[in-house]
Write a protein that binds this ligand. Structure first.
Ligand SMILES: C[S@@+](CC[C@H](N)C(=O)[O-])C[C@H]1O[C@@H](n2cnc3c(N)ncnc32)[C@H](O)[C@@H]1O
Length: 225
């Protein structure tokens, strides 16, 4: 038996196929909801805790309560396609991907920094969710225009002063009944005021501010059906 066939058969037989995009492409993504073993759950908790411990230094990824909230939204609306702008090290991507395991969906995430893309992919692969995630490298102001959608959830968590530019690109790609989330709307309120006014007044959106952590908040806009 060829080495490649041996790995393919072993991965399929042990259920490891879903952990490796190389195999997953050939065996297909597992049907949802995925039953997650206690070992995998513990591994993911350790990855999230490790990233969270580093948040004190980097101050870049979201709080655990925010991650859990995004995971909840994905499951609540049974999201099939999620777009994230601002991957960083894959912390929020992992929360989203764990939700998508339960809905059978996929995440596209965009990050401008090549080093961060590598770290995120390593974390997502280690967590066994890389088969659900496409990580695109580049300036999301350009790259988001090339992704086709339609999306159930768009999470905007990158350059705060240009959220309205992302909105113009993403709004037409959002499904009716879909949700746009923008993080840190209290800390960066001044930078996002244009966006916040825009979504508050938009006739096709219902917008609210939600604070899972009670420390900062998301703007959550629902696209009317
Ligand atoms: C706040 S961090 C994202 C945190 C991540 N969502 C999480 O919670 O784990 C913002 C990220 O957006 C990226 N970023 C900033 N401007 C960008 C752009 N124009 N296109 C793509 N990524 C961008 C930064 O490099 C950074 O990694």
């Amino acid at each position: 038996m060829k080495r490649r066939d041996f790995f393919r058969q072993t991965a399929a037989a042990t259920g490891l196929a879903a952990s490796f995009p190389f195999f997953a492409g050939e065996t297909g993504v597992q049907a949802a909801p995925v039953s997650v073993s206690p070992e995998t759950r513990a591994l993911r908790e350790a990855i999230l805790a490790d990233l969270d411990a580093k948040r004190q230094e980097t101050r870049l990824h979201m709080l655990p309560e925010d991650g859990q909230f995004v995971n909840l939204i994905v499951q609540l609306i049974n999201a099939q396609q999620v777009l994230e702008i601002g991957t960083f090290h894959g912390y929020s991507s992992l929360w989203i991907a764990m939700g998508l395991e339960q809905t059978g969906g996929k995440l596209t995430t965009i990050e401008i920094d090549p080093e961060r893309v590598k770290i995120a992919l390593a974390n997502l692969t280690k967590a066994g969710v890389a088969n659900r995630v496409e990580c695109l490298e580049g300036d999301a102001h350009q790259v988001a225009k090339t992704v086709s959608g339609p999306f159930d959830v768009a999470l905007i968590d990158a350059d705060k002063d240009r959220v309205d530019d992302y909105f113009q690109t993403l709004f037409p790609k959002l499904k009716p009944g879909g949700v746009i989330l923008v993080n840190h709307v209290i800390a960066f309120k001044d930078l996002m005021q244009n966006y916040l006014d825009l979504v508050q007044k938009h006739p096709d959106l219902i917008t609210s501010t939600v604070s899972p952590s009670m420390k900062d908040a998301f703007s959550l806009s629902f696209k009317k059906r």
